[in-house]
Design a protein around this ligand. Structure first.
Ligand SMILES: Cc1c2[nH]c(c1CCC(=O)O)Cc1[nH]c(c(CCC(=O)O)c1C)Cc1[nH]c(c(CCC(=O)O)c1C)Cc1[nH]c(c(C)c1CCC(=O)O)C2
Length: 360
């Protein structure tokens, strides 16, 4: 039994209830813009931090403590790339450069090297331990989110071997080896369903699936290589939870750049859709129509570099554009916060969210 919830605003908003103000959290809220993050990071490698439940817990709590009472959710400190690791691939985090796979997948024969049915509880048990420890230590202050990457985004990293601008290698697979691509996407999907379900058993109260590279695909390719797997994950997790007689948890999908798919995403089964800043909130609301889906987003993270005046005006406008935010809305940025942002400006942003979210 975990401590009872003192703030469950985001869970109520995600269920579609009318709330006193829209909840707010920030993608990548635990990270390099915080000096307290660097203090721990200087002692451990990135993946060591992920693998140490005490460190992961402490990092998850850092923004909650610093912005006491202003954030409405925590997100477990980890990374989407632990799934390729569980499938048997090596991933390291290079200083300034980001993730690096020394031996990326090159041809379909390389799929033979992957673990067909990885033992997720054994390989990623440290994430579940971190979730349980964090849930305990949060003491009911705010709900805890678990997460994973979407199959297409994970596949892109496994083939590109790191970040990419053109995704030539990953797309070569889609167009030259479609059958092998579907096999890989299925492997990642199956592992992800087990992984997310285990996160809920460990204490995660909401789940987000990051499809950071969705917008790199044409609509046709998104609907062939990404969307069906996103749906499979949502259905798979919900079915597993039902089978084990657990209450379902709200599920968020963040298909960055896939505004063209918004109409279909509203019928995908996800409770919440994360929007990036390339879609006008009023247009998103129009496309949603009467459907029950909740929106999350969508301030350009770079607004946080623009100074107080624009942070205030754009936050106010955003909340207004999402119908005032009291129903069907969770405030967030349109993508993760970046390392150069001043934490005091983040506090100011969160204060504006409370101020304008509480009006009317
Ligand atoms: C694509 C992706 C990754 N990881 C993630 C995504 C999806 C979100 C997105 O699109 O931004 C998700 C992620 N990564 C991290 C979290 C932690 C929880 C949170 O606070 O949101 C989450 C939810 C920590 C992290 N993940 C990483 C860091 C920085 C690592 C360091 O200290 O060197 C942190 C705090 C490293 C990482 N991990 C990844 C990249 C591309 C990088 C390097 C570049 C970057 O930071 O943007 C893969």
């Amino acid at each position: 039994m975990y401590p009872s919830m003192k703030n469950d605003l985001i869970l109520r908003a995600a269920r579609g209830e009318t709330v006193e103000r829209p909840p707010v959290w920030i993608m990548r809220q635990a990270g390099r813009y915080l000096p307290e993050y660097h203090k721990l990071r200087s002692k451990q490698s990135f993946f060591e931090m992920c693998q140490t439940p005490e460190t992961s817990c402490e990092l998850t709590l850092q923004p909650i403590k610093r912005f006491d009472g202003l954030l409405d959710a925590g997100i477990i400190f980890s990374d989407i790339l632990v799934i390729p690791q569980a499938l048997g691939m090596q991933v390291v985090m290079l200083e300034q450069k980001g993730p690096h796979f020394p031996e990326p997948l090159v041809t379909p024969e390389d799929l033979e090297k992957l673990e067909k049915v990885p033992n997720i509880p054994a390989k990623l048990g440290y994430v579940m331990d971190a979730i349980s420890l964090t849930r305990e230590n949060l003491d009911g202050k705010v709900p805890l989110l678990g997460f994973s990457g979407a199959p297409w985004t994970i596949m892109a990293y496994m083939i590109e071997g790191g970040g990419s601008k053109a995704f030539t290698k990953a797309k070569t697979w889609l167009f030259r080896y479609p059958e092998a691509s579907h096999r890989l996407l299925t492997m990642v999907t199956d592992a992800t369903i087990v992984y997310l379900t285990q996160q809920v058993y460990a204490g995660a109260q909401m789940l987000q699936i990051f499809d950071s590279w969705a917008g790199e695909l044409s609509p046709q390719d998104f609907f062939e290589f990404s969307y069906p797997y996103l749906v499979k994950i949502c259905e798979g997790v919900k079915k597993e939870l039902k089978k084990s007689k657990r209450t379902p948890v709200p599920m968020i999908v963040f298909p960055k750049g896939a505004w063209y798919a918004l109409d279909k995403l509203c019928d995908s089964g996800y409770d919440v859709i994360g929007l990036d800043w390339t879609i006008d909130p009023r247009e998103a609301v129009r496309i949603r129509g009467e459907r029950r889906v909740i929106f999350q987003g969508n301030l350009d993270p770079n607004i946080l570099y623009g100074g107080r005046e624009i942070i205030e005006s754009r936050t106010k406008e955003m909340i207004e554009a999402f119908n005032g935010g009291k129903q069907g809305y969770i405030i967030n940025l349109g993508h993760g916060i970046t390392p150069g942002v001043n934490p005091d400006d983040v506090r100011f942003f969160l204060e504006q969210c409370h101020k304008y979210g509480s009006q009317n």
